[in-house]
Design a protein around this ligand. Sequence first.
Ligand code: EPZ
Length: 423
Amino acid sequence: MDRFLVEGGKQLKGTVKISGSKNACLPILVASLLTDEPFILHRVPNLRDVRTTLKILTALGKKTHYENGTVTITADGPLKNSLPYELVKQMRASFWVAGPLLARFKSAEIPLPGGCALGARPVDIHLKGFEKLGADCTTERGNVLLSAQELHPAKITLRFPSVGATQNLMMCAALIPGETVLENIAKEPEIDDVAEVLLKMGAHVVTDEKGRLIIEGKEKLGGVEHTVVADRIETGSYILAAAATRGDVRVEGCVPEHNSILLEYLQEAGVPLEIGMDFVHVKPYQGALKPVRIKTAPYPGFATDLQAPWMALMILAEGASEVDEDIFENRFMHAPELVRMGANIVTEKSIARVSGVKELSGAHVMASDLRGGFALLIAGLCAKGTTEIERVYHIDRGYEDPEGKLNALGAHVTRYNPDKDDF
Ligand code: EPZ
């Protein structure tokens, strides 16, 4: 398996271009199951999870072509309505196919996505919503069996604004004629991108003055050509890498307002920023980095996906700060690895108490999830000496060409595979 060797003591300098959003393109690619017409998506990042999603669509009977950031999906005979466990176990987001398959076939059999490093990650909110739309949901032998005589529009209130459940239910409702109302929905920008695609396909999707999603579903949906929104988590990750290394980096092709709370906290910490329409320029600074407490929350709150990269910044602040992870029950796996690099972090339940240190030292560490892996990259760039990061496949799930983008900013990150390369 690939590893990264990261040379420390680097200040990042230059310009980095942000890719299309992983967490928008995955559900949008799945929305292609709602139609047999051609489905073209631009600015699709070349990520492990994208390639897995294309394998899933092919397994379900679609023809997919991916070249220079554009994915073209066409019908290739009848669709299947069940998925092999092999594919679902690789990526939780594969469960998003349930909504479209249920809407098209009134039945679907999808393996239950297991938990992952972040926690149990149940799908109860998805299933409750499908039941409200008229489906029977049973689980047996690790599979979810969905079936319905008839599906009908409904008013569904989510018990928690789950991103995945919002998207799954939106896609299902888009093919159910009539008005479905989703309440207490996730408001992440990726949801807006999925809504825009469904609108282009012929479903009428609007948010009303109460913030509810109103979906006017149709019997049939058409094809679409769409460009994926910028990845706000990749944006925040590179902004934090620039700030941690006290570099001078212009992050381009992003939507700064999608990262507004991060930018606010960075300025509170003393990081000078120039914020444009589609770029954020992180400026170098000499003074102390001030500690700032964060608490993760559904959008527009502080993104749980930026919690680990944020911690990689706070471990170098002057003073004590707290990171309160309120979305996932187990999202501090990066903390012990950062401690091995000299950070001072004590975690207790959902709180990580960080006491800033003057210096980090390179160490042999292991990534346990994609955002925690990027936090180790940030710490490695700041540390004294070389850091070796194992299980880079986690980082490859969510970051397009990470070493290429970082090295173009003056980093020295080498990818190697000890089983192949005689390094
Ligand atoms: C999406 O996951 C993202 N993944 C995650 O990004 C992100 O961390 C998460 O939203 C929160 O923003 C994709 O978009 C592919 P949730 P999702 O349903 O939809 C609980 C990354 O780093 N929950 O909003 O699975 C759940 O256990 C990944 O790019 C239920 O209890 O997140 C969690 O504690 C990691 N029952 C919380 O809600 C349910 O039915 C948030 O989950 C669904 C969720």
